[in-house]
Design a binder for this molecule. Structure first.
Ligand code: CA
Length: 227
């Protein structure tokens, strides 16, 4: 899933259309407010960010993304105005992973998106996920608590991985059901609760890292003491 924040409707629609035609899932947002609302629902693989936006500008959004542990690793491409050298410098200084100047050719644009995804995904597949004393080697399917290996079922592992990948972000029971069990479930969100309970037990002392957010769902690594 790729998110595009761009207030100019023609450009936003063209970007979303081009990405979808190239086999990506994409969503467009008119401003930061709409973007943040959706980000708390689903974390994207990449964000395209226009600089001049109504309300919060692109640089402010970039800084917020890069200063939060839950969103820092999302790659960002800034979309700058043509020839604005200053914007490019600011974007890269602000932590953007790449930039592209408007107007751009769609072939080049898709190539840049693919290149950045390749770069960041090659990175993340060999990466370990860590929260507090909890460590996960995604490729080897190994979970360690304070250096001791913990045996998890496949569903428990997938649940923990999804929470760790979205560190700091609250995931609803419906999201967890859909992502891990792969279907929409009418009311049977209890399945999630049961798996969270056994997962917590197996993680022992680190089980408390999996927080219940009352009335919403679950989150890992949400409080400052874990950073
Ligand atoms: Ca704009």
């Amino acid at each position: 899933m790729i998110y595009c924040v761009e207030d100019e409707r023609n450009i936003r629609e063209l970007i979303v259309y081009t990405l979808e035609a190239s086999g990506f899932e994409a969503k467009g947002f008119v401003d930061g407010r709409a973007f943040w609302a959706q980000l708390s629902q689903e974390k994207p693989e990449l964000v395209l960010l226009d600089i001049m936006l109504p309300g919060e500008d692109g640089m402010t959004i970039l800084k917020k993304l890069k200063s939060s542990a839950g969103t820092r690793d999302i790659p960002v491409i800034m979309v700058t105005a043509k020839g604005a050298e200053y914007d490019k410098v600011l974007a890269l200084d602000g932590g953007a992973d790449d930039y592209i100047a408007k107007p751009f050719g769609m072939m080049e644009f898709v190539a840049r998106v693919r290149a950045l995804l390749r770069r960041t995904q090659a990175h993340s597949s060999s990466r370990r996920l860590c929260v507090g004393d909890l460590e996960m080697d995604v490729d080897k399917h190994v979970v360690m608590v304070s250096g001791q290996e913990v045996a998890l079922t496949l569903k428990e592992f997938q649940l923990l991985r999804y929470l760790m990948e979205n560190r700091g972000i609250v995931l609803t029971r419906d999201q967890l059901l859909e992502h891990i069990w792969g279907y929409e479930f009418g009311g049977e969100t209890r399945t999630v609760d049961v798996h969270v309970r056994t997962l917590r037990q197996k993680l022992g002392r680190s089980g408390e890292l999996v927080e219940t957010v009352r009335g919403v769902g679950y989150r890992i690594g949400g409080s400052d003491r874990l950073k």
